[in-house]
Design a protein around this ligand. Structure first.
Ligand SMILES: *Cc1c(COP(=O)(O)O)cnc(C)c1O
Length: 318
């Protein structure tokens, strides 16, 4: 389903024309980029002849929420490996509550034990004859980068169609970048179309920036390999990843993000969550201002995260 792209009212005196693509309005499990990505993983699981799904994420994970709902709705057994940062609070979020609703069994682990936990959960399901599929490939989380990227290579065509209909072209596309799957896909879509927009990932994870870039590079390369298309020379230069707006890292935010959430809601009615979309939206505005970028057409990809917006609301007085 095509999601709307709409002009977005910016701050008074904004120097650029802002647009927003509402991936948060995708009609399954409260939407977000993970709806497209979950469908791509599910299809890949079937194609590989697997019959159960092993998913991985933090307690904020929108991917785990959507994938567990997709598995439940299609009668496929699902297990979630839930990782915890050292010293992080481990209370439930709206997303983990919804994962539990689906009957998905949750296995908790620390950031140091991910590979061993993936191996043990996969081994268990194999012994039960359930032919498990791990969404991120091997126990180290590599080998399946191209699958999720494909979803956003395809979504890029929606952006191209909008540009054509409106007779405009975007100079920039900003988005929150976590695992990098969405950004990889957009870069693939851009390369395939020979489009001119710069795809700007605003890092929201605690990942080391060099490694994050490498994961995106692998995502792009593996999509081109999988689809038998020729990878354009110099494609690496398309990977723009901003690491200076992460504040304290994944899930951490201060009053600048909180102000951004309130102001964006009051000005435009668009909800942003502090972990992903508000951080990226704020980072985008900072970047445009710091670099004195003016008169450009800028698209923000609203990647969803609705349940986290409500987590935030639930804890703060308005
Ligand atoms: C997962 C997620 C992202 C990041 O997408 P990646 O493909 O992992 O980089 C951004 N925003 C929201 C709301 C998400 O759930």
């Amino acid at each position: 389903m095509e999601t709307p792209i709409l002009p977005m009212k910016g701050d008074p005196g904004d120097a650029n024309e802002l647009y927003i693509k509402r991936e948060d309005l995708l009609p399954f499990s409260m939407g977000g980029n993970k709806v497209r990505i979950a469908e791509a993983y599910f299809r890949d699981m079937i194609e590989k002849g697997c019959r159960s799904m092993v998913i991985y994420g933090s307690r904020h994970s929108n991917l785990c929420r959507v994938l567990s709902a997709l598995c439940a709705s299609r009668g496929v057994p699902c297990r979630m490996i839930c990782s915890h940062e050292e010293g992080e609070a481990s209370e439930a979020t709206n997303n983990t509550v919804l994962v539990e609703w689906t009957g998905t069994q949750m296995v908790h682990c620390g950031k140091q034990n991910i590979a061993a936990t993936v191996e043990s959960v996969m081994g268990e399901l194999e012994r039960e004859g359930k032919a498990p599929y791990y969404i991120f490939g091997n126990q180290y989380g590599t080998g399946n980068e191209g699958t999720a990227a494909a979803a956003y290579a395809l979504a890029y065509e929606e952006i191209l169609r909008y540009e054509k209909r409106q007779g405009i072209s975007f100079d920039y596309i900003f988005l929150p970048s976590g695992t990098g799957a969405t950004q990889s896909g957009l870069i693939c879509g851009k390369l395939l179309a020979g489009d001119q927009a710069s795809v700007m990932g605003v890092m929201i994870s605690s990942r080391e920036p060099k490694r994050a870039r490498e994961v995106i590079r692998q995502g792009v390369a593996s999509y081109f390999e999988k689809t038998g298309k020729e990878l354009p020379e110099g494609y690496e230069t398309e990977i723009c990843l901003l690491d200076q707006y992460r504040q304290g890292g994944y899930g951490a935010y201060d009053e600048r993000i909180e102000a951004c959430i309130r102001e964006t809601y009051c000005r435009t009615g668009v909800p942003l969550d502090p972990v992903y979309t508000a951080k990226a939206f704020w980072g985008m505005k900072e970047y445009l201002r710091e670099n004195r970028i003016k008169g450009k057409k800028v698209l923000f990809l609203h990647t969803g995260g609705g349940p986290l917006f409500y987590d935030y609301l639930g804890k703060k007085k308005c």
